[in-house]
Each structure stands twice: as structure tokens, then as C-alpha cells.
Design a binder for this molecule. Structure first.
Ligand SMILES: [Zn+2]
Length: 72
């Protein structure tokens, strides 16, 4: 499926600083990786966490209707 891309935000696993946004094919999307990223806030290599860009916005839009559940 060409064009079936989505934005994924790479974040520091410790302080949650957004480090980069990457585009991946939807079928290749992995939100859990063992990759390490250099975090400029921590000044250290940190485990990478990923989140689908735009999902937070969608959650915020629904927050008036549904209580937010923090699954982490
Ligand atoms: Zn950090």
C-alpha cells in the first residue's frame, strides 16, 4: 500500500524529550525497540521509546468525553 506511512515520535525513555520524528510504513511500525538514542537533555544514551505522532492530539480531543487512561 503506497502512501500508507505514519509519523512516529522518538523520545527519550527517561525524560520523555522528543528527539526526532520519523516516518515509517504502518506495517513496519514498532513502538517498542531496544535502540538507544542520544538524549540532549540527559546528556546520555537512553533507551528509545516511540509513540505514534498525532495520537496524543487525538486523545486530547477525546478527553472531554472519556477519562484519560495512562497505560504506562
Ligand atoms: Zn532524556
Amino acid at each position: 500500500m503506497p502512501g500508507d506511512m505514519m509519523n512516529v515520535v522518538q523520545m527519550c525513555g527517561v525524560c520523555k524529550t522528543e528527539i526526532a520524528t520519523i516516518q515509517v510504513k504502518k506495517e513496519n511500525m514498532m513502538l517498542s525497540t531496544r535502540a538507544q538514542l542520544w538524549c540532549p537533555t540527559c546528556q546520555a544514551q537512553r533507551p528509545e521509546i516511540r509513540d505514534a505522532a498525532g495520537r496524543l492530539t487525538a486523545i486530547q480531543q477525546e478527553v472531554e468525553t472519556y477519562p484519560r487512561i495512562d497505560a504506562s
